[in-house]
Ligand binder design. Sequence first.
Ligand SMILES: [Zn+2]
Length: 337
Amino acid sequence: MPDAHSSSPVPTPDSPRPLLVDLHTDALYEHIRGRKDITQRSDEGHLDFPRMKDGGINGQVFAVWVSPTELKPGEYRDFALKGADTFDEVCGRCAESVAPVRTPDEFRQTTASGRIAAVLGVEGGHALEGRLENLDRFFERGVRVLTVTWCNSNELGDSSGDKNKPHNGLSSLGRQAVRRMNELGMIVDVSHSADKTVFDILDASDAPVIASHSGVRARRDFNRNLTDEQIRAIGAHGGVIGVVFLSYFLRDPEAQASIEDVLDCIDHICQLVGPDHAGLGSDFDGFEGALPGLEDATKMGAIGAGLRKRGFVESDIAKITGFNFLRVWDAVADRAS
Ligand SMILES: [Zn+2]
C-alpha cells in the first residue's frame, strides 16, 4: 500500500499532453433523462462535449445516477445498463472528439490523440439490487467506477445522508462487493458514504479508492464532506479526493462560495497529505446555479491557473489536475486478478 508521503515520480510522461480530469459529472444522467443533449453546445447547465473541449477537459468520469425514488427496486440495474448504452451511443456519435475508455492505457492513448477519455461510472450501490453478479455485469458493460452509496443507505452500506445507519458502516455484502471490485479492477468511490462506511471500505479494499465529489469538513461542517482523519486515511491508502464545485459544500448555505474555496480545499488536502491525493470532482450538472470562477466546463483551466498563482509548482499542479486519478486507476487495474 503506497505511503501518503512517498515521493512518487513526477508524472511527466508517457502522456505528451497535460491532463485535465474531472472525477464526477451528472451530465450523462441529464442526457438520459432528456434534459440536455450532451453532444451539443448549450448555455444551459454546466457540461457538454463541446464545452469540455473548450475548457481543456480531456478525462471525465460520467456517472449514471440511479434515482432510488423515481425508480423502484427491480428497475435500478436496468436503468444503469441503459445508461451504459447511452454512454456508448453518445461517445460513438462524437468519435472524432470523445472515446469511451475501459483501461488506463486506453485513457492514455485517447488523451494522447487529442480526444476526451470518457470513463463510465454508476452512482449508488443500490443499482446492484443486492446481487454481486451485477458488479460483473456492469464491468462487462464498461463501468469502471461505482459510488458505493448515494444519499440513501443500500444493501452495501450506510450513507452520509441517512440518519439511521442500518449497517453500522459497510455491510458484509458491501465488504464482498469491495473485494469483488478489487478483483475486477473497478474503482471504489466513497463519496456520499457515511463516516464509518468510508473507514470500512478502506479496511476492505486493498486497492486505492477515490472520493469522486466531496468537500473538506474542516472548512465546512457538513456530513458529505471528508474529515481530516478520512483525508489522511484515503491518502495513506494511495487514493485521490475530487474536490466538489458546489457552493453548499464549500461554505455555509447563506454564503456564496467561489473558485477560491475550491482552491482552499485543494490546499487543505495538500497540507494534510501532500499533492498526490487531491483532484477535481466538479459534480457539474448535478446541482443548480454556478460557482463564480468555475461557472461551467469551459472554466476548468482556472484551477491550474489559480494553483499556479498560489505558488504550486507545475509538477504538483499536473498531479492535482489529472495524473493523481490516472495513478489510482493504474493501481486499481494492477490489483485486478
Ligand atoms: Zn453525488
